[in-house]
Design a protein around this ligand. Structure first.
Ligand SMILES: Cc1cc2nc3c(=O)[nH]c(=O)nc-3n(C[C@H](O)[C@H](O)[C@H](O)COP(=O)(O)OP(=O)(O)OC[C@H]3O[C@@H](n4cnc5c(N)ncnc54)[C@H](O)[C@@H]3O)c2cc1C
Length: 340
């Protein structure tokens, strides 16, 4: 039986700590509950927003519609051999708790994605990635419920069209599918560790001679993240506010004439990615504070709410940053965060 609440504060439901309200709010714990909601008359007339952990969302105003909070739980082993395991995780499970569950069993593949906030169900949406690994590397299928018919649909990996912080769920399937669970395959032995990312490699090299394990990589990732990123429970934020922009090789060469140190890495045959944080820092934004909001002093890519800031203020700051990066480098920054 579903329960629809009215006029609910979304403050506890977003990591930016923005105090806005939802006209209607409904917690969903099972697929039948979701189907019951989809069949309801209120659902048909209201605008809707699917909400996980609220760690990739900036609320700029009250939401005049129905917020559906995804709380579907469960971790299930579907198949396993000596080498591999196929697991299904409910959309409402905490992503980091799920990673810790896998690390505790010595299952490899997602250890580089430790400590990313949010839910397992949202993880495929922007194809979460960190330290050289993306969730797309281990995904088999994504299970969802059609937001208009209530029918269950299983998306094979290629239907998800994963890219850098992208997937079909962010574009043509946006708000059309409630992701109910995700199925992934992890390794039980002969793990394929990825430690090419500079800071991670350096930290693990300090423990020279020791054999790499799933846990050691996870611990190192957690240590690096805790030293670099603000804890959203203390300072509101949504991680990287912008994506790293892709520019042409020619554009990079032009930039390098004036800025030989611009950090870049290959994107595809046409483009290279440049570090958005570096561009923002060069424009003088790092550590800037405007009343209750600002740019984090250690990480220019992270916009923060020191408490009491509004989503509109953060959005205005983001726009100013975009303008100055455009003027100085002729580069367009695109938000990674969903602006509502
Ligand atoms: C401190 C910090 C560090 C971060 N570091 C990283 C990082 O290293 N790498 C990275 O990729 N991201 C990072 N993020 C961003 C964020 O954690 C991820 O994008 C995460 O997957 C968002 O999950 P969520 O449940 O909070 O999604 P939400 O913010 O609740 O929602 C994000 C989007 O997904 C939709 N959505 C949510 N759940 C569902 C569902 N079940 N079905 C359909 N649509 C849904 C929402 O409508 C919204 O459009 C970071 C965030 C913070 C605060």
């Amino acid at each position: 039986m579903i329960h629809i609440e009215k006029n609910v504060s979304l403050y506890p439901y977003n990591t930016f700590g923005i105090d806005v309200r939802a006209r209607f709010f409904c917690k969903i714990a099972t697929v039948p509950q979701l189907q019951e909601l989809i069949a309801s008359s209120l659902y048909k007339t209201e605008a809707r927003l699917i909400l996980g952990g609220g760690s990739n969302i900036l609320f700029t105003k009250d939401f005049q519609g129905l917020v559906v909070h995804m709380e579907l739980k469960g971790i299930q082993t579907l198949a396993e051999t000596d080498e591999r395991i196929r697991i299904n995780v409910g959309a409402g499970e905490s992503w980091h708790d799920f990673v810790m569950h896998c690390v505790n069993q010595n299952w490899g593949g997602i250890e580089n994605l430790s400590l990313i906030p949010g839910t397992a169900g949202a993880a495929p949406i922007q194809n979460i990635g960190a330290y050289g690994v993306e969730i797309a590397n281990v995904i088999e299928t994504v299970e969802g419920v059609d937001a208009s018919t209530g029918l269950v649909h299983v998306f094979e990996k290629d239907e998800c069209r994963f890219g850098y912080r992208e997937s079909a769920f962010k574009v043509e399937l946006k708000e059309k599918i409630f992701i109910s669970s995700v199925t992934l395959t992890l390794t039980k032995k002969n793990h394929l560790f990825d430690i090419h990312y500079g800071a991670l490699r350096d930290m693990l090299q300090q423990q020279h001679g020791d054999e790499l394990t799933v846990r050691k990589i996870s611990d190192a990732v957690i240590q690096i993240r805790q030293s670099k990123l603000p804890d959203y429970r203390k300072i509101g934020n949504a991680g990287s506010f912008f994506k790293n922009p892709a520019i042409s090789h020619q554009h990079l060469q032009q930039l390098q004439k004036n800025y030989p140190l611009v950090p870049s890495y290959p994107s595809d045959s046409q483009n290279v990615k440049v570090a958005a944080g570096w561009l923002i820092e060069q424009c003088g934004w790092k550590g800037k504070r405007v009343n209750n909001i600002g740019v984090h002093p250690f990480q220019a890519l992270v916009l923060v709410n020191y408490g009491g800031g509004t989503g509109e203020e953060i959005l205005r700051l983001a726009e100013q940053i975009q303008t100055s990066v455009k003027e100085k480098f002729q580069v367009n920054l695109t938000p990674e965060v969903n602006i509502i």
